[in-house]
Design a protein around this ligand. Structure first.
Ligand code: AP5
Ligand code: MG
Length: 191
């Protein structure tokens, strides 16, 4: 299974990716988590991307694509993967299309989690209290949402045109969203 999970900041990608990846026995790979790990450990990559991420902007495509390519080359991705937060730009979409075409390994489904913007801000402000992520303050949250709307939301059309999009209402409890997503993804991959 080769899956993507997409959605605005706070839509529940990370929360639901874990469950979906477990269901299909593939690793969940979050580019945001990889960047935060590198920032925390002050690696050269972390030093390079910290200011960009703290400002809610996107890391350059070449940097992000290199990280994804090396992660997908690891043995645990041989049977598939679930990418959370990649691709986010048209350049990244084309990169992934090419990468998978070269390996004759097409995507099975692209999950799109949808939640109203105001609910997203509330979720992320609540998370700020618990996790203290540097980009979870109101100004940066709004900037992340703008960047998402401008650069990433339009990418959903690309996957819709390929017949891969699975639209999931991301509102309700975590359990409700998970069950809704499982039902829709199961139906999509069996069809
Ligand atoms: P990334 O880490 O991907 O952040 P994001 O897209 O802003 O999304 P979040 O991780 O904040 O939210 P989520 O959708 O995972 O929701 P979650 O499950 O945590 O990226 C961070 C940054 O890295 C980017 O801004 C960019 O700078 C850089 N980056 C990453 N990928 C990149 C790329 N490909 N190209 C360029 N740059 C890139 O849930 C959010 C909160 O809500 C949690 O507290 C959760 O417990 C709660 N919650 C979840 N579901 C529910 C529910 N149903 N009801 C109530 N609360 C819920
Ligand atoms: Mg996340």
């Amino acid at each position: 299974m080769k899956l993507l999970i997409m959605g605005a900041p706070g839509a529940g990608k990370g929360t639901q990716a874990t469950a979906l990846a477990e269901r299909y026995g593939v690793p969940a790979i979050s580019t945001g988590d990889i960047f935060r790990y590198n920032i925390k450990n002050q690696t050269p990559l972390g030093v390079k991307v910290k200011a960009i991420i703290d400002a809610g902007e996107y890391v350059p495509d070449d940097v992000t694509e290199e990280i994804v390519a090396s992660r997908l080359a690891e043995p645990d991705c041989e049977q598939g993967f679930l990418l959370d937060g990649f691709p986010r730009t048209m350049h990244q979409v084309h990169f992934l299309d090419r990468y998978l075409a070269e390996r004759s390994a097409p995507l099975d489904a692209v999950v799109s989690l949808m939640v109203q913007p105001e609910a997203l801000v509330q979720r992320l402000l609540a998370r700020a209290e618990i996790e203290g992520r540097a980009d979870d303050n109101e100004d940066t949250i709004r900037r992340r949402m703008e960047v998402y709307a401008g650069q990433t939301a339009p990418l959903l059309f690309h996957y819709e045109n390929k017949g891969l999009l699975v639209d999931v209402d991301g509102t309700g409890t975590v359990d409700e969203v998970r069950q809704r997503m499982f039902d829709l993804v199961d139906a999509h991959v069996k069809a």
